[in-house]
Design a protein. Structure first.
Length: 198
């Protein structure tokens, strides 16, 4: 894309174009050809649990559509943390999410990526990374990384599968489908996973 083309594109169009280009480059990492739609973003925001002094963490923030819905739902920007592995997308997120903490990195390294003062002070983790496309051992690494920074909180996860995208019992999690958004493309379910009581 030329600089002139970039200037002519509205932010939303730029996000969708960037998303599609990244899907062409690495479909397994992206898991979808387009960003989540407004109905799914609102559904995720409605499922937040957060005490006033806690943060919300989104993993795999892509072009920021869910992060923007979280802000619209009242999460203060200084309490929003997003992690994205693709540097070009993280740069885009930093532009559209002023005041939020945008971290470029692999969510499997969360304990080292998230500033220490937020460990244990994250009310909700939203995982947008397509875990269903990962082998079980890699899924376990993501789940352990989440548990390390947000112990006992579990995470929200959306998926286009008809059944749980994760083998919950094998990961010692409970799974509850808390939402279904047929208006999304593809239609998506929202799941809440929580650690099994020990
Ligand atoms: C299905 S997209 C979701 C994007 C956005 N949350 C949305 O709903 O439109 C998955 C995102 O996860 C990111 N991702 C994939 N693997 C990741 C990893 N290991 N760590 C951080 N982000 C990752 C991808 O680059 C992509 O932006």
């Amino acid at each position: 894309m030329t600089a002139c083309q970039a200037q002519r594109e509205a932010p939303g169009q730029r996000g969708a174009g960037l998303f599609f280009r990244r899907w062409l480059a690495n479909p397994l990492q992206m898991g979808s050809i387009i960003p989540s739609g407004p109905a799914l973003c609102r559904r995720v925001a409605a499922a937040l649990r957060r005490a006033p002094d806690e943060a919300v963490l989104e993993l795999g923030a892509g072009t920021g559509v869910i992060a923007q819905a979280l802000l619209a739902a009242g999460v203060p920007p200084e309490r929003l943390i997003v992690v994205e592995i693709v540097p070009e997308m993280a740069a885009h997120l930093a532009n559209i999410l002023p005041g939020a903490l945008v971290i470029t990195g692999d969510a499997r390294a969360l304990p080292t990526l998230i500033p220490r003062h937020w460990h244990g002070r994250i009310g909700t983790v939203v995982c947008g990374i397509p875990l269903v496309l990962q082998p079980r051992t890699e899924q376990a690494r993501f789940i352990a990384a989440i548990e390390a920074v947000a112990p006992g909180r579990g995470f929200l996860h959306f998926s286009y599968c008809a059944t749980s995208p994760l083998p919950a019992r094998a990961h010692r999690l409970t799974a509850r489908r808390i939402g279904w958004t047929p208006a999304n493309f593809p239609p998506a379910s929202l799941w809440r996973y929580e650690p099994l009581a020990r």
